[in-house]
Design a protein around this ligand. Structure first.
Ligand code: MG
Length: 407
């Protein structure tokens, strides 16, 4: 089973996606997600110019060897572009191996450790009424765990809150199609005052059982994050996510020493090394990496097995910039590992679902990757050609005085 052709497909149905297609000499097709939100063409070039020529003629069964070859032979290690490219190759090779075996991928990873994967949905609102409506809508859709984000009085535009009325009520897409990133604003003191009152109101309305999550999105200093974690303790959060920009892993030590609110981090990380201190010193509770941004199934399995030794669980990143191929890769891994925690599920739009034919299911709050051989996702190349790439970028933040701030 040698690789005969490798092609990179860039398509933009609801948003931009980069997909790697590997075809073997016996005609099997494997798919890998190479999407890096806002930097899509960099990964497409990395693959097309530097990786595709290396893949032709390689034995598609040799997944570990190919991973090590791509990681070590480039000399330059790590980084989001490199690791997204390696992940795309790795996931496509696992798709091929599982198709060759005639099994869903999770069977090759050890088989199912559970019947389904608890998923959390996103709820948001510009005020309490909108937020409560949004939570009720998610509950009606079957979600049994909810991420809560709200507007903050005094801040005009904030991460995680849907666009003003007129848009579809459940859709939130942070990356905007434009030539430059949109500007949002930020006020930490206003945020820290407001968020505990939101969770108090949500608990009073929806009761103590519902698992609630919140994404701080890297915007606090360690001592501010410590305070927020303490202030949210009465509302029993499932997790507080990305409370600081965690290039400095020791920041989490300070947060941890002040609060029992569980901590999740890592959607912008791309290797096991980014977690070394966080895991060994038990500074976090959930690993937020995406399979697609962290070197694929091969690397994520090692990372999550390392985390398992410390009772740290998975919380695989599942926003809309992870394509259905990348989502499926995460779901197969979720189903197989023992230390599954929860899976984010942001739900793709109709155009994306037209381009990517999927077999994973969402039933009564639980995701399942399905039982088709491989990943269970196929890209419709004819449909993909209808949606050419359009530049789109994530927003960025400025403080009131104009200083650029973490978004
Ligand atoms: Mg996040």
């Amino acid at each position: 089973m040698n690789i005969a052709t490798a092609a990179v497909i860039v398509t933009s149905p609801d948003r931009n996606f980069v997909t790697l297609k590997l075809t073997t000499d016996d005609g099997l097709v494997g798919w890998g997600d190479a999407t890096l939100n806002g930097r899509e063409l960099s990964v497409a070039s990395y693959l097309t110019d530097h990786v595709v020529p290396l893949l032709i003629g390689r034995d598609a069964h040799r997944i570990e060897d190919t991973w090590q070859f791509l990681y070590r032979s480039a000399y330059w290690r790590r980084g989001p572009v490199t690791m997204a490219a390696i992940a795309a190759v790795d996931v496509a090779l696992w798709d091929l191996k599982a198709k060759a075996a005639g099994m869903p991928l999770y069977q090759l990873l050890g088989g199912a450790s559970r019947n389904g994967l608890m998923a959390y949905g996103h709820a948001s609102g510009r005020d309490q009424e909108e937020l409560f409506d949004s939570i009720r809508l998610r509950l009606d859709q079957g979600f049994r765990s909810i991420r809560v984000q709200t507007s903050i009085p005094g801040i005009d535009a904030v991460y995680g809150v849907r666009a003003p009325a007129g848009d579809e009520p459940t859709r939130y897409e942070p990356a905007q199609r434009s030539a430059q990133p949109m500007e949002e604003d930020w006020d930490t003191r206003a945020y820290l005052r407001h968020i505990p009152t939101v969770f108090e109101a949500v608990r009073n309305e929806f009761g103590p059982e519902l698992p609630l999550l919140h994404d701080v999105h890297h915007r606090l200093t360690p001592i501010q994050a410590a305070r927020l974690g303490k202030d949210l303790e009465p509302y029993d959060l499932f997790w507080m996510e990305d409370c600081t920009p965690a290039e400095n892993q020791d920041a989490l030590r300070l947060v941890r020493s002040h609060t029992t609110t569980p901590l999740a981090i890592g959607e912008v990380f791309n290797t096991i090394w980014d977690y070394q201190t966080l895991i060994k010193d038990q500074l976090i509770d959930y690993v937020r990496s995406a399979v697609t941004h962290t070197g694929g199934i091969t690397a994520m399995r090692k990372l999550l097995d390392y985390a398992a030794q410390y009772q740290i669980k998975s919380g695989i990143h599942g926003p809309t910039d992870i394509s259905p191929v990348g989502m499926a890769a995460g779901l197969h891994l979720d189903l197989a590992i023992h230390n599954f925690g929860i899976q984010e599920y942001m739900q793709h739009g109709d155009l994306t679902n037209e381009v990517f034919r999927q077999t994973f299911t969402f039933t009564k709050g639980y995701l399942h990757p399905g039982n088709e051989p491989g990943l269970g996702v196929e890209l419709d190349e004819e449909a993909a050609t209808k949606y050419p790439y359009k530049p789109a970028y994530l927003p960025y933040n400025r403080l009131k005085d104009g200083t650029v701030h973490d978004w």
